[in-house]
Design a protein around this ligand. Structure first.
Ligand code: PBG
Length: 334
């Protein structure tokens, strides 16, 4: 603040406005409601296992189980979810063919959810990692490098299938170059001009994704291979801002920073420099840290979850993807 000259103590006493609950509430700068939250769900084929050992209290839902879960969760105020499929190993392939099967797990789930909950916002991840035998987000060339443009062709097919099955927000998450542009163009050309694109525009090559990869069954396939030839180096923030701006030019409606808690500076930077809504993804490793520490009585679960989310909002996120969302909705019910 440029024109602020403090007269100092005792004119200034910061504690005056901190002295009661009501005072603290009326001067609070950041608010959190169910409108800010997206709940990610792992879905599975009927005959696959539900338990996710690395993410306590979460599970993989069959499509029918998800419908029952959502009846409750939506009553508590959740309005948006994100879907992540665990595909059977037998359906995975080098070139991710199952990803553009019009009747794959995600498409079947979308169709049922559209029928059961027409108002629910379902956000679909568009990336190949759930479908490849090597666990990477793109198809490989003969030298085992990720082939950007061949991957784009598949992302287009996936996006159109999802749109046809009822998805309202397409979320490309693989950091391939040009994906937002080609998806936007093909949605427009196929009369899906009302489908939004939420781009994982600043997705860092993070070590905090590993519980998610276990949940999806892609960890073993990926092995010790890294995603650093496409995801952003965590030492860089200007690069992350540039990627967001490029994606906005390409036609993104919402940009996202991921992970969230260790990347608050990036959230703030993107928020200050872009004019579209900014989302942040509190990822599986962030979930697991809070969950395990609180299960072991090292920190308080509810207080730490809320603090983590308020801080992400304070940094500038308009929307937060968090595995705590369905639980938090019970606490804040708004
Ligand atoms: C897939 C994808 C990943 C996550 C969301 N979409 C994993 C990855 O990039 O390896 C991670 C989410 C999480 O850790 O909670 N491209």
């Amino acid at each position: 603040m440029k024109n602020f000259v403090s007269r100092g103590f005792p004119f200034h006493r910061g504690r005056r406005l901190r002295s009661s609950n009501n005072l603290r509430n009326i001067v609070s700068e950041t608010h959190l409601t169910c409108n800010d939250l997206v709940m990610p769900y792992f879905i599975r084929e009927e005959d696959d296992s539900a338990a996710i050992y690395v993410m306590k209290d979460l599970q993989r839902f069959s499509i029918s189980e998800l419908v029952r879960e959502l009846e409750q969760v939506m009553k508590n105020g959740i309005k948006a979810i994100a879907l992540f499929p665990k595909i059977g190993e037998a359906k995975k392939s080098e070139n991710a063919d199952e990803s553009f099967n019009k009747n794959n797990l995600v498409c079947r789930c979308l169709k049922l959810l559209k029928k059961e909950f027409p108002e629910l916002i379902v956000i679909c991840d568009v990336a190949l990692d759930a479908y490849t035998t090597h666990g990477h987000d793109g198809v490989l060339d003969s030298k085992k490098n990720i082939h950007n443009d061949k991957t784009l062709d598949i992302l287009i097919k996936m996006s159109i299938n999802f749109a046809e099955a009822g998805c309202k927000i397409i979320a490309p998450s693989d950091m391939m170059d040009g994906r937002v542009k080609v998806i936007r163009e093909s949605l427009e050309s196929k009369n899906f001009s009302d489908i939004s694109i939420l781009s994982y525009s600043s997705k860092f090559c993070s070590n905090f994704y590993s519980p998610f990869r276990d949940a999806l069954g892609s960890q073993n396939n990926l092995g010790s291979s890294k995603k650093n030839s496409y995801q952003i180096d965590f030492r860089n923030s200007r690069e992350a801002l540039k990627e967001s701006i490029e994606d906005i030019y390409e036609g993104a409606d919402i940009v996202m920073i991921k992970p969230a808690g260790y990347y608050l500076d990036v959230i703030k930077e993107v928020k200050q420099n872009c004019l579209i809504p900014v989302a942040a993804y509190q990822v599986s490793g962030e979930y697991s840290l809070i969950k395990n520490a609180s299960d072991n009585k090292i920190i308080n679960f509810k207080e730490c979850v809320l603090e983590s989310l308020y801080c992400i909002k304070r940094a500038g996120a308009d929307i937060i993807f968090s595995y705590f969302s369905s639980e938090v909705a019970k606490w804040i019910k708004k």
